[in-house]
Design a protein around this ligand. Structure first.
Ligand code: HEM
Ligand SMILES: [Fe+2]
Length: 342
């Protein structure tokens, strides 16, 4: 709620301007939905029945990541492109509405793909399998958008090119990473475990973790960091940026490379092998110490280490250094009027 208060404060001028009011309003709507949808978590505790807890738990997790976060991302990205002058206001607004319809059409009923085995009816199984499969459509659209941005930033392809490349090149790169991970992490890895017949054997194995990591960090993590980079670039001058950009460049490749290594070297192969064990020896076996404590499973767990190290040392640390340095340099000198979201 505090965060929402900050947003309202920053957007107050845009809300008063008839031209900008609509997009600013959509942005605030997406933002308020995030804390509001957390509220159900306040009403259960250790004594509540498991299936009730799981219903509300996924009301939060799923409706955040496959509903309001995605909606928030779309509005945020649209606003950034508006700011760069790459898209017209009307186009941006249309894209937002279209995406909202697609997300919520699939996303709301799709929540049930977490409730296949919590005692719900087979009607839930059928409907949620169908609608959550449809969620891949808007994800693909976002990815196609990302390719449009790549095209825009190629030499000579568009008059807006110069404004795209300079000065917000790295924000764009992070947005493209969002598109990439959306496709791989949410689209492919999510879809892979989405059918009830797969989920029946797979749920609770490392393939879920594989999808969760690639989608959560890949999409919303990269977006968050892209926005941090955007804010850094907006608030430092050319000379400071020349220094900070080096950290951001290393950070970009460190985060993406680290996440990729985690997935390729550990989570995905370990998930597939665990699923094979479910099929061969039964679910109980694949989740017992007899399996998870075995040599191969242990080895694959250790294979997380290189990816984690790259992610932290070359990803998290340089971005943190860039953010702290930008903040320390500018907290005294920055005129408040320069910081505008819309
Ligand atoms: C950016 C979008 C997405 C994010 C951030 C995301 C994140 C996650 C996370 C963190 C979990 C684990 C939740 C838990 O067990 O506590 C999960 C589970 C799951 N996700 Fe996604 N997801 C996304 C999109 C999708 C899509 C598009 C699909 C299907 C087409 C999907 C299908 C599933 C399924 C079926 C599970 C449950 C697996 C199980 O219980 O074993 N997800 N997701
Ligand atoms: Fe979900």
């Amino acid at each position: 709620m505090f965060w929402f208060g900050l947003l309202v404060r920053a957007l107050a001028p845009a809300l008063r301007d008839p031209e900008r009011r609509e997009i600013a309003g959509l942005f605030l709507f997406a933002a308020i939905a995030i804390p509001v949808f957390y509220l159900p978590a306040m009403f259960f505790d250790g004594t509540t029945h498991f299936s009730v807890v799981d219903a509300w738990r996924f009301w939060i997790i799923h409706l955040w990541v496959e509903g309001f976060f995605e909606f928030f991302v779309t509005v945020m990205v649209a606003i950034i492109f508006l700011q760069f002058g790459v898209v017209a206001r009307l186009t941006a607004t249309r894209v937002i509405y279209l995406d909202a319809i697609l997300y919520f059409a699939g996303g709301f009923i799709g929540t049930g793909h977490h409730w296949y085995w919590t005692g719900q009816t087979s009607f839930n199984l059928a409907l949620s399998a169908l609608f959550s499969a449809l969620e891949v459509v808007p994800l693909t659209l976002i990815t196609l958008d990302a390719w449009d941005f790549v095209r825009l930033s190629r030499p000579g392809s568009d008059p807006a090119r110069e404004r795209v490349e300079v000065p917000h090149k790295w924000t764009f790169y992070f947005l493209m990473a969002v598109g990439f991970w959306n496709f791989v992490g949410a689209g492919i890895f999510g879809f892979l475990i989405n059918l009830p017949i797969v989920s029946y054997f797979e749920t609770g194995t490392l393939l879920t973790i594989n999808h969760g990591h690639a989608a959560m960090m890949g999409v919303f993590g990269m977006l968050g960091i892209g926005l941090i980079v955007f804010a850094i670039r907006q608030t430092v001058d050319e000379a400071q940026w020349l220094v900070l950009e080096k950290y951001v460049r290393v950070g970009f490749w460190g985060l993406n490379g680290g996440l990729l290594l985690m997935v390729v070297m550990s989570l995905f192969p370990a998930g597939v092998l665990q699923l094979v064990d479910v099929l061969e020896n039964g679910y109980w076996h694949a989740r017992s110490l007899a399996y998870t404590g075995g040599d191969l499973a242990r080895l694959l767990e250790w294979c997380r280490l290189p990816g984690d190290l790259v992610f932290i040392v070359f990803g998290v640390v340089p971005i943190a250094i860039a953010a702290v340095r930008a903040y320390l340099k500018n907290r005294k000198t920055l005129p408040a009027a320069d910081v505008r979201i819309l």
